[in-house]
Design a protein around this ligand. Structure first.
Ligand code: ZN
Length: 298
């Protein structure tokens, strides 16, 4: 009898030890909307669109699927950023209680605000291709109306590239991207062979063949699980410092006026050059360009 009790005690202490030594795994999820299954036009993407309210639900479901997948692979802590449009798309009451959400703008680290070196992996959900890519539903980089190119150290980067570089500054790798097949291809060419969930196939800027919302969530859950399980093998995307940003505008005047600043150079009629000591300074500069106007209030 005492032997049984002793064995039970040993087994119990082993369980306690394993619970205590289970490593913390922090995962960051940056969520955009253009790459959500079914999204093809502005009708799904903003409060004026006739399908927007339903697509907020679909976006929330895809983020939930990524959370479930990450958890199944051992994620213990998750931070989600709502990184589309007004930054207030996700239905936050539907997310688990122990998840926190970054909302609205401006924020110095943009679409990956809150990332730091304690995270193990970043997942991009609902992403789209960059403005220089001829393929992909709603291809653009940060500002479809204003930016014609964003280059870091001479390399044209989509949002996934800029955000990967910010995460890379903290030594955190990107493990997954979800969206159309063009964005997965684009991210792999820049960042290496990360997990990709292809939820639609673009037929044009405003058209695609798409999975259903349910099928898309199933795929994202599975890919997020695989991505987080293997994130230790992935390398962060690090830029050489200082980091040179070349920002090309569709119009002339933003370049003209920004070049009044002593640390901004006009590279050509449409382009300014800014040098940051690291990519975090570049991100703050970009956020300034996107959000400053003299009439800002309050
Ligand atoms: Zn975007």
């Amino acid at each position: 009898m005492w032997l049984k009790a002793l064995m039970l005690m040993i087994m119990l202490s082993m369980i306690v030890v394993s619970a205590e030594t289970q490593p913390k795994r922090k995962v960051y999820i940056s969520a955009d909307m253009e790459g959500i299954a079914g999204v093809v036009t502005g009708e799904q993407l903003g409060p004026q669109g006739f399908e927007y309210q339903r697509f907020r639900e679909f976006m929330t479901n895809e983020v939930l699927a990524a959370i479930e997948g990450a958890r199944a692979a051992g994620a213990t802590e998750i931070l989600v950023s709502d990184s589309h449009g007004n930054g207030q798309n996700l239905l936050i009451e539907r997310l688990p209680k122990d998840v926190q959400i970054v909302r609205s703008w401006p924020r110095p680290l943009m679409m990956v605000e809150g990332i730091d070196s304690t995270f193990d992996a970043v997942l991009f959900v609902g992403y789209h291709t960059g403005t220089t890519n001829a393929e992909g539903v709603r291809a653009h980089t940060m500002s479809s109306a204003n930016f014609a190119d964003v280059r870091l150290n001479g390399v044209s980067v989509p949002e996934a590239g800029l955000n990967a570089a910010i995460a890379g500054h903290f030594g955190v790798p990107v493990a997954l991207i979800t969206g159309d097949d063009a964005v997965v291809k684009e991210a792999r060419a820049l960042l290496g062979d990360l997990e990709g969930a292809v939820v639609k196939w673009p037929l044009g800027f405003h058209s695609a063949r798409t999975l259903t919302p349910d099928a898309s969530c199933e795929l994202i859950r599975e890919k997020a699980k695989a991505a987080v399980a293997r994130s230790g093998q992935r390398k962060p995307y690090r830029l050489k410092t200082p980091v040179e940003l070349e920002l090309r505008f569709k119009n002339y005047r933003p370049a003209e006026v920004l070049a009044y600043l002593p640390n901004v150079e006009r590279a050509d009629a449409h382009t300014v050059r800014f040098r940051g000591k690291d990519v975090l300074e570049v991100a703050r500069f970009l956020e300034f360009v996107l959000h400053y106007e003299p009439g800002l209030a309050p």
